[in-house]
Design a protein around this ligand. Sequence first.
Ligand SMILES: [Zn+2]
Ligand SMILES: [Zn+2]
Length: 102
Amino acid sequence: MWPGPDRHINDGRLITPGLFETGVGQVLTNVHWPYSCSGAAHGSCVIHNPSNHHMRGWPTLWRADRKIMERICPHGVGHPDPDQPWDADSHEWIHGCDGCCS
Ligand SMILES: [Zn+2]
Ligand SMILES: [Zn+2]
């Protein structure tokens, strides 16, 4: 799904409160679910209130198959965004990784 390094790269942008364009140009509707600002246990939100993690500048990629937001590292590898409402020991964090997200 990654269109390649020549594609315009950004952090994603909120078009309207309900529409979010990811860093690879996917337009998401209904963005308050499951990344609800009020529902996120730790207070951060991948779209509305990203925490100050080192992957912030990487383009976001919505994985419709897993319903998660990933960040694409400079090598084209997707890593789950740290502002995911999962427990630290959740199996959801497991992914094919080149080490960039740690
Ligand atoms: Zn990498
Ligand atoms: Zn990773």
